[in-house]
Design a binder for this molecule. Structure first.
Ligand code: HEC
Length: 140
């Protein structure tokens, strides 16, 4: 995963000159659902980081699983089809999202045991998919 992030730095210098990210056209309501989920993601990442910094490793694991892990998947399932972001994403983009939930759950499972060092080693699992998706796709 580290090599992947480094590769993204090279891509980013090119992307600055011209936005080469793939455009994923989502219906307006799906885009709106996604935007709200993203803002919630941002708050959740900050919460997990704050709990880790405070030494509340188990609580960090609980929050990560509930808000960003596999437990947080399917939030839009009961919405009208047009308002569900997942089914309108290119499969590879949707895959990055699902892999991200899985990666967070890996971190969460370790953090829930209270093992701070092992949890810290997996902390980048929290944000790797955010970076991966944002550097590859845009919706406008
Ligand atoms: C599968 C792809 C994907 C993943 C994974 C992803 N995002 Fe996003 N994110 C998007 C897209 C697409 C947008 C643009 C939405 C729009 O059209 O405004 C976005 C927008 C955002 C925004 C801007 C919201 C606004 O105010 O408009 C924030 C903040 C954000 N994401 C945070 C995160 C964080 C934090 C994570 C990881 C926990 C994450 N994202 C993971 C695709 C993704």
């Amino acid at each position: 995963m580290k090599a992947f992030i480094f590769a993204l730095f090279f891509v980013s210098t090119v992307a600055l000159a011209e936005d080469t990210r793939q455009l994923a056209k989502l219906p307006e309501p799906a885009q709106e659902s996604l935007r709200q989920e993203m803002l919630d993601n941002l708050v959740a990442v900050n919460e997990v980081l704050s709990l880790m910094a405070a030494g509340k490793v188990r609580e960090a694991g609980e929050a990560a699983e509930a808000k960003l892990g596999m437990s947080a998947m399917g939030k839009h399932r009961s919405k009208p089809f047009d308002a569900r972001p997942g089914p309108h994403m290119p499969p590879a983009m949707h895959g990055i999202g699902m892999d991200g939930h899985k990666a967070v759950s890996e971190f969460a499972a370790v953090a829930k045991t209270g093992d701070r060092d092992k949890a810290l080693a997996l902390l980048p699992n929290l944000t790797a998919a955010c970076v991966g998706c944002h550097f590859s796709y845009r919706t406008r």
